[in-house]
Design a protein around this ligand. Structure first.
Ligand SMILES: [Zn+2]
Length: 286
């Protein structure tokens, strides 16, 4: 019988063309706070350094009205590079006045075409520490943010420190797509949020935290994004480094190691995930 020659599968062809052309991977920092004082006067340099490392887009998150306005200004000066996400952070929520909250809600509605997402919003029981009043207000503010995101048709970047189940359950009745930034909760909660179609972000802590390595290991590559959450400081190999988007390639490298995949494959998947969740990222990379 004549032997049939098997054609290489598409994956193999892609690998061969990657080797020949060697395109540099594109990276995205999907969660940073550029309005923070730590970056004052340094944004140009930080973005230039990021670009040299292949980080083409950063999503700048805010915490209250003032940082939302500042974030919008920074994004306007760096079109297609800095995409804004605005909202009220769970640490700002317990103290926020109704008027300021209303202004943030209005700003989301007015600027929805410019926004990548509503963020950073969410819940944090480690912050409210059993203070029932603070917890009640944090939940009310989170619901306002979810409602604003649903109305604007925007995804939500959620903070869920020691509250991942609560964030998941409180948001269940809204038609919003979500990314759980720096997911550090239990694996059984992770499985529920992944089953519901949510994404997670992984940051520099994956390089030294066993739990975050496990979280990344349990998450399909089709649901992972990368972040620095700058200016948050990290331990391990980043101990003496300023946190900037230039750290992202190291995060992708570690995810690739955990997932036993190639750096190129992981970087490409993450860009694809960001394009799927954030319409503005998709536009910026067209
Ligand atoms: Zn953050």
């Amino acid at each position: 019988m004549k032997k049939v020659k098997i054609k290489p599968q598409k994956r193999e062809v892609d690998k061969i063309s990657l080797k020949r052309g060697k395109p540099e991977p594109t990276y995205i920092d999907s969660h940073i706070h550029l309005s923070d004082e730590a970056y004052q006067g340094k944004i140009e340099a930080v973005l230039e350094q990021a670009e040299r490392e292949g980080v083409r887009i950063v999503i700048a998150n805010s915490e209250d009205l003032e940082t939302s306005l500042k974030t919008l200004r920074i994004a306007e000066s760096h079109p297609l590079k800095v995409l804004p996400a605005i909202g009220v952070h769970p640490w700002a929520a317990p103290e926020i006045e109704a008027e300021e909250l209303g202004e943030v809600v209005e700003l989301i509605a007015r600027c929805k075409g410019k926004l990548a997402a509503v963020g950073e919003v969410g819940l944090d029981t480690a912050y409210t520490r059993g203070n029932l009043e603070a917890w009640k207000r944090q939940r009310e503010v989170f619901h306002s943010m979810l409602e604003a995101a649903e109305k604007a048709g925007l995804p939500v970047i959620a903070h869920s420190r020691r509250s991942s189940l609560e964030v998941f359950e409180e948001s269940a009745s809204y038609r919003v797509k979500m990314v759980f930034h720096w997911f550090s909760g239990e694996i059984k909660v992770l499985k529920r949020i992944l089953d519901a179609g949510c994404y997670i972000t992984v940051g520099p802590s994956i390089c030294y935290s066993r739990h975050i390595q496990r979280v990344a290991g349990e998450t399909p590559l089709s649901r992972v994004m990368t972040e620095t959450d700058g200016p948050v400081k990290y331990k391990g190999p980043f101990q003496n480094l300023e946190t900037t988007p230039a750290l992202i390639p190291k995060v992708v490298e570690k995810i690739a190691e955990v997932k036993r995949s190639s750096l190129e494959e992981v970087a490409a998947q993450i860009v694809g995930n960001c394009r799927r969740l954030f319409a503005r990222v998709n536009e910026a990379l067209e």
